[in-house]
Design a binder for this molecule. Structure first.
Ligand SMILES: Cc1cc2nc3c(=O)[nH]c(=O)nc-3n(C[C@H](O)[C@H](O)[C@H](O)COP(=O)(O)OP(=O)(O)OC[C@H]3O[C@@H](n4cnc5c(N)ncnc54)[C@H](O)[C@@H]3O)c2cc1C
Length: 581
């Protein structure tokens, strides 16, 4: 450190801390006294002494940069995701027009990224790509939170720099945490993040925010305890009271979202989550008090959150005018069909889902279901598997007359253009996952007939516990096969013979449709599909967690064959849906 002039013209020797008076309780090494006074037995510096110490120790007025670093990092990361999406779109567009421009460009990095990112180690962890991104984000934020010194200044020399850095990192995360779970938002439109990825980032950023908020709270509490009795600080410094008030809802939001709690008490969780989110925003406004312009993060949060909610309400109102009533028909002992006639102007696409609220059954809760029909069918159809809550009441609800519903959606846009550009597609469905997979398959076949898709080879592999499930789509599947399209259908039953004989309607599957018993080998199916025809291969999967994870790992694994040209496909892309939020 260079020589420093103190306010009373003492020159500090090189290397001496400009906060020296704080460490020596008000006396310079040569015995001269500082200009300050004393508080609770600790030296309380005069303003110029405070300023000198601050200027050379992570200056208070420069702390906003740590919030900006966090924001810039996330903007760059999402811009890269947007670029990746745009490139995929251009590639598909080129393929559909017979150009190989996109195929040659970035073939190797794209396959390498998919090999790294598609897989998933365990259902408790996100996909490897999301986990990698989260690890990088965590390391980046931690690096400047912990890597810069000092962590504390002497008593009465201002807030702990560690406490301020962590506060700005946590605050800068808030707008992203509120934006990501919104079903319709600018970020998802630009980057085409799936709802699952956006939800995962929302949850993990929530934990990051809690972690950095705790670092902030602990550091600021240590700072307070070093200079005054706790009761004095708590009574005289409003920041501590509002800070604890904000920390309460944040902790509640994170712990209430643990999958065990969330899955068991979804509806209670949902309401408490909304209340917690609202309280957190209010207390953050009070706590930040616009110090160093920190309200800008909260204003961004309110605008992004409010506009997404407002748009959602507009959608519900629009849908109410165009598809107001639903008819409920039990399909079998574990499945119910919900049909909603639609008026013209009502739009959705294959693979999308709606949140449905039945006023006559449970007016206070809405549930997501994938549209099992296509817009060309002229009505919305939902195939609902009976679970233990609302879906159990639905078939017993005696809703025989058309019932008034709230439809919130459609959500979950699938990048279908990428799939129209595929030469071959493997569709893997598990149980009610067929409601996602089969409409996408029928859609691509319709596009093929209209010469808007390059697809030459389609294989549907549908696994169910019992064969009655196959009746949901049997007429459509049969029509496809009779049409002579190059479609292969493989059905699998996973219950033992005795189990599925009980109550199973044996007429539903004729000789052409004898299902295999046991699970399909997903890895060899994926590899086989990638080796069917040259060009791009698409893999679509929706079903139980184990099936989706196996498919993700298989598609990650086949990228190595793409890289080493051991398969005909020059690219293998995956769409996976888990039916969890
Ligand atoms: C995007 C998406 C699409 C889906 N599509 C279909 C479909 O086409 N067909 C189908 O049968 N199922 C589908 N599901 C699953 C369906 O939403 C749940 O099975 C249903 O909400 C369970 O209601 P319940 O009250 O009977 O649940 P419970 O028996 O109380 O709980 C069963 C599970 O459902 C989850 N759950 C409960 N309520 C909700 C809710 N309001 N929102 C989200 N999850 C909830 C819980 O976490 C729990 O793990 C889909 C889910 C998602 C997220």
């Amino acid at each position: 450190m260079d020589h420093l002039e103190t306010p009373i013209n003492i020159t500090l020797p090189p290397g001496m801390d400009p906060c020296i008076l704080g460490f020596t309780n008000g006396t310079y090494p040569n015995g001269t006294k500082g200009l300050g006074n004393f508080k609770f037995g600790h030296y309380n510096p005069a303003d110029p002494e405070w300023e000198l110490c601050q200027l050379h120790n992570d200056y208070y007025y420069n702390q906003t940069k740590y919030g900006l670093y966090t924001t810039y990092f996330l903007v760059v990361a999402f811009a890269l995701a947007g670029f990746f999406h745009a490139f995929n779109w251009l590639d598909s567009y080129g393929r559909l027009r017979g150009s190989s421009f996109g195929i040659k460009m970035l073939r190797v990095p794209r396959a390498a990224w998919r090999a790294l990112s598609y897989g998933q180690i365990h259902s408790y962890l996100p996909t490897n790509g999301t986990a990698l991104f989260l690890a990088i984000a965590w390391s980046f934020m931690s690096a400047y939170c912990w890597g810069i010194r000092p962590y504390y200044r002497p008593p009465n020399y201002g807030s702990s720099p560690l406490g301020l850095r962590s506060e700005f990192i946590a605050t800068a995360l808030v707008p992203w945490i509120y934006l990501l779970p919104m079903k319709h938002n600018v970020l998802r439109s630009l980057t085409r993040l799936t709802i699952e990825t956006a939800q995962t980032l929302h949850k993990w950023f929530g934990w990051f925010c809690l972690f950095f908020s705790l670092v902030h709270t602990i550091a600021q509490t240590i700072r307070a305890l070093r200079q005054a009795p706790w009761t004095y600080t708590y009574a005289h410094n409003v920041y501590y009271r509002t800070g604890f008030a904000a920390l309460g809802p944040l902790t509640w939001l994170c712990f209430l979202s643990i999958p065990w709690v969330r899955h068991r008490f979804y509806e209670t969780f949902y309401i408490l989550h909304l209340v917690g989110a609202l309280l957190f925003v209010v207390f953050m406004y009070l706590h930040l008090d616009n110090d160093l312009g920190s309200w800008s993060y909260m204003h961004a949060t309110v605008v992004l959150w409010g506009s997404a909610l407002g748009y959602r309400l507009l959608l519900v109102a629009h849908n109410g005018l165009h598809a107001p009533r639903a008819v409920v028909k039990p399909l079998d002992e574990s499945t119910t069909l919900v049909e909603i006639p639609t008026k013209s102007g009502f739009k959705w696409s294959a693979g999308q889902f709606y949140w449905i609220r039945f006023f006559s059954i449970r007016p206070l809760s809405s549930h997501p279901f994938t549209v099992a029909s296509l817009p060309t069918d002229g009505h919305l159809a939902f195939i609902v598997r009976t679970m233990s809550g609302f879906t159990k009441r639905l078939p017993n609800s005696k809703v025989t007359a058309p019932s008034r519903v709230w439809l919130d959606g459609p959500y979950g846009t699938v990048a279908t253009k990428n799939f129209y550009a595929c030469s071959s597609v493997l569709f893997v469905a598990g149980g009610s996952g067929a409601t996602f997979v089969v409409p996408l398959m029928i859609d691509i076949i319709q596009k093929k007939k209209a010469e808007q898709s390059l697809c030459q080879k389609i294989h549907l592999v549908w696994t169910a516990k019992c064969q009655t499930e196959f009746t949901w789509y049997l007429p459509q599947l049969r029509a496809l096969l009779e049409d002579g399209d190059d479609v292969e259908v493989s059905l699998h039953i996973t219950q033992s013979q005795e189990e599925h004989d009980i109550g199973a309607d044996t007429k539903v599957v004729d000789t052409q449709w004898v299902p295999a018993v046991g699970r399909p080998n997903i890895e060899s199916l994926v590899h086989g599909q990638a080796n069917t025809v040259a060009g791009k291969t698409g893999i679509v999967v929706c079903g139980p967690e184990g099936m989706v994870i196996d498919t993700r790992n298989a598609v990650a694994g086949v990228q190595l064959d793409v890289l080493s040209r051991r398969v005909l496909a020059d690219e293998v892309e995956l769409i996976s849906e888990l039916f969890t939020l």
